[in-house]
Design a protein around this ligand. Sequence first.
Ligand code: DGP
Length: 115
Amino acid sequence: MSETIFSKIIRKEIPADIVYETESVLAFRDINPQAPVHILVIPKLEIPMVSDIDGVEHASLLGKLFDAANLVAKNEGLAENGYRVVINCGKDGGQDVYHLHLHVLGGRKMNWPPG
Ligand code: DGP
């Protein structure tokens, strides 16, 4: 699958409000926030979607993604009241950008069930 706009953000070819970066992970504010805090956490490795994850091959990277999600949530002051971490997968899952990303949402009470 071809690269997405997130690859351009990783390479700093287009601007993004980056809040956290390591050699393998990048976190930046969503351009269309659905909550007072809405941050995307992505691997720099191009994995299109959840169904492309290999649990063995990507185990370490997945751990780093969740560590980053928890860290940015803490940095944004979400640790006490909690937050939601969402991964949309495919067309019916509501995925628009085919580069794996965790949505970290917080700063308001989330609704359930999701739409
Ligand atoms: P999803 O529907 O799960 O694939 O979410 C994609 C998210 O990516 C969506 O909430 C909007 C966000 N997004 C798309 N393009 C850009 C961009 O160029 N910059 C930033 N910061 N976010 C983007």
